[in-house]
Design a protein around this ligand. Structure first.
Ligand code: T3D
Length: 263
């Protein structure tokens, strides 16, 4: 039986997805993309799941595209990249961003090329203290993809985004935190424990509202203030119809902890 490139397990409302090609630093082949798509589809169909945790097996998080997998056997040279971008990476980045669930990423080691940008597409990114982020593209004559040219300027500003992409130097996790690229740095030995705690906490929150928060913030990057205010009013009226809003107010008034059901 072929070994699985993606591991999926669900506990306490959290679907933990592990990129699992540790010998190749979890770099992506097309087969691995297909497995990840299937895992995300099964998460979408599982109503018990209220948060996703993405991480990597072994010493790396993800080294981006598997550079062996791009070689056309007939020519011995890299083939066209557009298929894998249009059919694999772009849908993956959109699936992470458009998921109605909060997506936590535990960057357990190097995150390079598309691997770095997959992490940035998640909602809350924790990194091991030893992890590094690397926009490796320019080192092999490519440009940032998998959303890198979208996320980087928005997260760290144009000057740092250009420096990261053009120089393709390793950015240590601590600097990534200082620059606002990620949420938290955790000692290596405690990364998964902290990430699971955080994901489990998110899984007990008002899931519908968290999904709407994602929509609000993602739209804000391209909206005028007037459009954003209108969107807030629209999404707030949806949130206000939820069970969890009624529960939140009732719990506050009764001075007790709310029990959110995610609907
Ligand atoms: O289709 C398209 O091309 C378009 C899509 C593009 C998206 C992209 O992501 S382009 C960017 C691709 N990624 C890279 O260029 C990163 C390549 N990797 C590295 O630069 C280094 O491996 C790292 C800086 C990430 C880590 O370095 P280090 O010294 O810690 O590890 P290593 O020894 O280089 O790697 C360990 C093993 O993983 C090694 O295999 P081996 O020799 O033990 O059998 C290495 O070849 C393998 N590996 C690492 N990255 C990749 C890879 N194998 C295939 N593809 C990789 N990307």
């Amino acid at each position: 039986m072929p070994s699985s490139c993606i591991l999926l397990s669900t506990t306490d409302g959290v679907a933990e997805v592990t990129l699992n090609r540790p010998d190749k630093l979890n770099s992506f082949t097309r087969a691995m993309h297909a497995e990840l798509r299937a895992a995300l589809a099964s998460i979408r169909n599982d109503t018990s799941v209220r948060a996703i945790l993405l991480t990597g097996a072994g010493r790396g998080f993800c080294a981006g595209q598997d550079l062996d997998d791009v070689i056309n056997p007939a020519t011995g040279k890299p083939g066209t990249v557009s298929n894998t971008l249009l059919e694999d990476y772009n849908p993956l980045i959109r699936a992470l961003q458009e998921s109605l669930l909060p997506v936590v990423c535990a960057v357990n080691g190097v995150a390079a090329g598309a691997g770095a940008n997959i992490a940035l597409a998640c909602d809350v990114v924790l990194a091991a203290r030893s992890a590094v982020f690397l926009q490796a593209f320019a080192k092999i004559g490519l440009v940032p993809d998998a959303g890198g040219s979208y996320f980087l300027p928005r997260l760290v500003g144009m000057a740092r985004a250009k420096g990261l992409a053009m120089l393709a130097d390793k950015l240590p996790a601590e600097t990534a935190l200082q620059w606002g690229l990620i949420w938290q740095v955790v000692d290596d030995d405690h990364l998964m424990e902290e990430a699971r705690l955080l994901a489990r906490r998110l899984a007990t929150q008002p899931t519908l509202a968290l999904g709407l928060i994602k929509r609000e913030f993602h739209a804000s990057c391209g909206n005028s203030l007037a459009d954003q205010l209108a969107l807030e009013a629209d999404l707030q009226s949806t949130a206000a119809q939820s069970h969890d809003y009624h529960e939140g107010v009732a719990a506050f008034l009764a001075k007790r902890k709310p029990v959110f059901e995610g609907r």
